[in-house]
Design a protein around this ligand. Structure first.
Ligand code: ZN
Ligand code: ZN
Length: 276
């Protein structure tokens, strides 16, 4: 049995749910999506929009175990940035087939739709406005800005805000690295502008930073939040192996910097709910 070292903050891979004016929106399909899906089924939700940041395994590995897939009355729309080859649908089919899974994607009971967006697209889910922008991470990775009822949640996870350009996958033409990097940084600013909540990754501390991994440190996100007048950040995507005491220490370490920047600082915990 594993040692109970993260029972407070939790050890699931990334998934969060937004209930925006009755619209059920899930961001990312890490292992946390199983519990989120159980709650959606219990509430009888029949329309679910999954906003996918990217297809690295920690962000899609929970999808085969998403309980709404067992419900014929449910429609799940999976949104992501355009993946020309393989397509988003093919990536999901690939992880959910023999010998990895007893149930191929084509056999799930729910109705599935895969919707690929362009960088900068804006679309509505009911009354909720969603903007997706590409971020600086290996592969094709999106961040999202979700606006509802005058409130804004920005999901800016899995991105190296201040590092070098990592990949230009999926672009139709060669790009100038410096110009493209500045565009990616501007994308993060646009997503986070005046956000009530900015959800960001906490994979690295400065002394752990690896330049080609596509993650940032809380330092960069505090600066970004201050720059774009975001009210608060939620540290998310905790580094595997962090114990509860490590996360408590990270909050303590950055508390005075957050106060100095005028940014509220929180760390996401399993099951935590925030009302805006
Ligand atoms: Zn990733
Ligand atoms: Zn990740």
């Amino acid at each position: 049995m594993a040692e109970a070292y993260a029972t407070g903050y939790g050890g699931n891979t990334p998934c969060l749910e937004i209930d925006a004016a009755g619209q059920s929106i899930i961001i990312d399909a890490g292992t946390g999506i199983r519990g989120a899906g159980q709650a959606l089924v219990a509430r009888g939700v029949e329309q679910i929009d999954l906003l996918l940041s990217h297809t690295h395994w920690d962000h899609i590995q929970g999808f085969p175990y998403f309980p709404p897939l067992d419900e014929e009355s449910v429609t799940v729309r999976v949104h992501g940035l355009r993946h020309s080859s393989p397509s988003l649908h093919e990536v999901f089919s690939g992880q959910q087939q023999a010998p990895f899974s007893p149930r191929p994607l084509a056999k799930v009971r729910a109705k599935l739709e895969f919707i690929e967006h362009e960088d900068g697209d804006q679309f509505h889910l009911g009354e909720t406005k969603v903007t997706c922008r590409r971020l600086n991470h290996p592969g094709i990775t999106a961040g999202y800005r979700v606006e509802s009822g005058g409130h804004v949640l920005a999901y800016i996870c899995d991105t190296d805000l201040d590092g070098d350009v990592l990949h230009v996958d999926g672009l139709d033409q060669a790009v100038d690295d410096a110009g493209w990097l500045e565009q990616l940084r501007q994308n993060a600013r646009d997503l986070g502008h005046s956000a009530d909540v900015m959800v960001c990754d906490t994979f690295f501390l400065p002394e752990e930073f690896e330049p080609l991994w596509g993650h940032s440190c809380p330092d960069e996100f505090l600066r970004l939040a201050a720059e774009v007048d975001a009210a608060g950040i939620w540290l998310f995507h905790h580094r595997p192996g962090r114990a509860d005491s490590d996360m408590d220490g990270i909050l303590e370490r950055y508390r005075s910097a957050a106060v100095a920047e005028g940014v509220q600082l929180h760390a996401a915990r399993e099951g935590v709910e925030v009302s805006l």
